[in-house]
Write a protein that binds this ligand. Structure first.
Ligand code: NAP
Length: 229
């Protein structure tokens, strides 16, 4: 699409995170750029950032490059979740193909604190192997990451999800809790205690909103099996 000479530069934020929403708020308030935030469309009622919002996949790197050209995008800011790797790779390819600037807003990971009983792993398969038989495990992972634990029929799993899964979960013995993580360690500790959780499995996602569980595990002396970046 030809861009009128007096049009504001148009920034595409790849979003789906609190940081992406905060960035859209900042840029819209500044007023010197047009802002489009893109969401993958994983949740039914997402919190919409200010500015324009588009929802759904682009169709790979080629689809993203086509979107950039057709919509006169002049800059992309990748503010997606640190474990959302495919979209970040697509952004690198599409930016190279279209010759526009790409910035990556990377949320720093959490740092181990005194009292943390972390065991860092590099894969979920490794995390699954590490669990002792008879453990009650809080799996703080999205639906697409649960299959790695399906063979551990000697453990009980406590799983929290924002929305009910479309297919039954792959575990014989499990409890499903619908809701969002709390940033408040006391609330997370209450939940762990109510379900007799003995181990926490999570990714080192960073950020304040998911840190409640990490602080709760520290307070309770629970081992945390944590997937590194
Ligand atoms: N992974 C997590 O734990 C997590 C946690 C919180 C939020 N999120 C957010 O949820 C989204 C999906 O995460 P994921 O782990 O499934 O990502 P992913 O594996 O990197 O992406 C899979 C596909 O989803 C589409 N997609 C992802 N993010 C998109 C975006 N912002 N706008 C448009 N399409 C997008 C792309 O489809 P096409 O190839 O068709 O373009 C991409 O190839 C991300 O935007 C991320 O920021 C993820």
């Amino acid at each position: 699409m030809p861009v009128p000479p007096d049009a504001k530069p148009k920034v595409l934020i790849l979003g789906g995170t609190a940081e992406a929403t905060a960035l859209a708020e900042q840029l819209v308030a500044r007023g010197d750029v047009a802002v489009v935030t893109s969401l993958a469309g994983r949740t039914t009622n997402p919190v919409l950032p200010p500015g324009e919002v588009r929802i759904g996949g682009f169709g790979g790197a080629a689809g993203l490059a086509a979107y950039i050209r057709e919509n006169g995008i002049t800059r992309i800011i990748d503010a997606t979740h640190p474990f959302a790797r495919r979209i970040s790779e697509n952004a690198i390819q599409a930016a190279a193909e279209t010759g526009i600037t790409l910035e990556h807003l990377v949320r720093p990971g959490w740092e181990r604190q005194r009292g943390d009983r972390w065991r860092e792993v590099s894969s979920l398969a490794e995390a699954a192997e590490m669990l002792p038989a008879g453990a009650t495990v809080f799996l703080a992972l999205g639906r697409q990451y649960l299959d790695a634990f399906a063979a551990r029929s000697d453990c009980r799993f406590v799983i929290r999800m924002v929305e009910a899964p479309e297919k039954p979960l792959p575990f014989a013995d499990h409890v499903l809790i619908l809701g969002k993580p709390s940033a408040d360690p006391a609330r997370e500790a209450e939940l762990f205690a109510a379900h007799g959780v003995t181990h926490l499995v999570c990714r080192n996602s960073g950020g304040a909103s998911g840190y409640g569980k990490i602080a709760a595990a520290r307070q309770m002396g629970l081992p945390v099996i944590i997937l590194g970046r």
